[in-house]
Design a protein around this ligand. Structure first.
Ligand code: FAD
Length: 395
């Protein structure tokens, strides 16, 4: 059994660390479990700070944005193992690649897989962050059951006419384009009448209304479409075959997330231990027990993630990874709550002037409530595990 990295992979790691040391801005090194106060305007509405724009472009220009991609797409043809090293190194330092992941992580891979040549050409700007995208899937009547979506795109021979509403649309207030899932055939069975359109958000008839999280910050929105004219050439893939793209988009969203999730949990455990020492609580038996259990959980999850990765790298499926989103998002909530509890007088007060580490634990706790919902709720993930991993009958 080989439990070490090859010299090539260690060189890759060293090159990455040298790059981060030289180029990573101080703002990106701050704890970024959540959008920080410098990524919202004075009303708490999301904005993209200049440092974040420049950092994403720098990563792209140096081949460190998506290392597995070729140079022209912001990568360096890295192997899957090197990609994992990359994700772990960034996540263990709490360094984000971008403050809006939809474009580089979901839209660009979907365009490259399903788009025509003109649409594929939009991918580099999405990955570099020059174009900001949002993803219009969820609607008031279609979340977990995405196939129930009803935003209608009528075929008007030279264009589509789009009317309906999206909700929880991350980054819509800063995006210029929406990767939008619409119903093009209302008569077909619900999975079969869906298509994907690229919609420019400055088209007449679109209204974006920010929605606030429990943290008070708004980084998602409702998006209303009222007879919006969308050119025919903005259809991605085949008409009425959008469900396949949906599945691809969600897979892109979930792939690799476990690495970041586990590293984020590890960082939280390390920082909780530091806080316990700072506060002289090392001998508190209840706290010791809690943190020891959490430490063991993080290490079990990492081992499970690596096991799944080994199967995946050898061409097999990795059922372990279905469990990772549920486990890491729920573990994060427990960890951030403990970080908050330890502060006693700080408790749930998010005011950075009062709470330790500028309110980090309070803000991450409230923010992490969203992580068991976004990208598929924990209940839905458990249904998937029951059916597809444990082979239990569909309920
Ligand atoms: C931070 C954040 C960012 C988001 N960003 C985007 C975005 O950019 N674009 C976008 O389109 N959407 C986005 N979403 C929306 C997200 O995908 C949905 O919230 C999610 O799919 C759940 O849908 P819903 O909110 O309609 O809840 P519902 O589907 O109505 O579910 C309500 C509750 O019922 C449970 N439930 C539903 N069906 C079942 C079932 N079959 N079995 C067991 N339990 C069930 C759910 O688990 C949940 O607890 C975001 C959400 C969050 C929190």
């Amino acid at each position: 059994m080989k439990l070490s990295f090859s010299p090539e992979d260690e060189n890759f790691r060293s090159e990455l660390i040298a790059f981060l040391d030289e180029h990573c801005p101080a703002e990106a090194k701050k704890n970024r479990d959540l959008i920080g106060s410098d990524c919202v305007d004075e009303d708490g509405i999301m904005m993209i700070p200049e440092w974040a724009k420049q950092w994403q472009a720098t990563l792209f220009d140096h081949g460190w944005m998506i290392p597995s991609y070729p140079v022209e797409l912001g990568g360096r043809n890295a192997t899957p193992l090197q990609t994992m090293i990359y994700l772990e190194e960034l996540a263990s330092r709490g360094i984000p690649r971008s403050v809006h992941f939809g474009g580089y992580a979901i839209v660009a891979p979907s365009l490259l897989e399903f788009g025509n040549d003109a649409q594929k050409a939009l991918a580099p700007a999405a990955i570099r962050g020059d174009t900001v995208w949002c993803i219009g899937m969820s609607e008031p009547g279609a979340g977990s059951d995405l196939a129930a979506l009803s935003t209608r795109a009528e075929d008007k021979s030279d264009h589509f006419l789009v009317s309906g509403q999206k909700v929880w649309t991350s980054y819509a207030m800063v995006a210029s384009k929406c990767f939008c899932y619409v119903r093009t055939d209302p008569e077909a069975p619900k999975h079969k009448g869906i298509s994907v359109l690229i919609i420019d958000l400055d088209t007449p008839g679109i209204e974006v209304r920010p929605l606030r999280h429990v943290t008070g910050h708004a980084e998602f929105a409702e998006v209303f479409f009222d007879e919006v004219k969308v050119p025919k050439e903005n259809l991605v893939g085949e008409l009425n075959k959008g469900w396949r793209i949906t599945m691809g988009s969600l897979a892109h969203e979930r792939g690799g997330l476990w690495v970041t999730g586990v590293a984020g949990c590890q960082r939280a455990v390390d920082d909780i231990v530091a806080m316990i020492k700072r506060r002289g609580l090392e001998n508190d038996a209840a706290i010791r027990l809690k943190v020891a259990k959490l430490y063991a959980q993080v290490h079990s999850l990492r081992a499970m993630g690596w096991k799944g990765f080994a199967s995946f790298a050898q061409g097999s499926s990795a059922p372990e990874h279905s469990f990772m989103k549920v486990a890491t998002s729920e573990l994060q909530q427990t960890l951030f709550e403990l970080g908050m509890d330890i502060q006693e007088s700080g408790l749930a007060i998010t005011d950075p002037a009062v709470a330790e580490e500028e309110g980090r634990w309070q803000n991450t706790f409230f923010g992490a409530l969203a992580s068991t919902i976004g990208g598929g709720t924990s209940e839905i993930q458990r249904n998937i595990i029951a059916q597809h991993v444990l082979q239990l009958p569909k309920n």
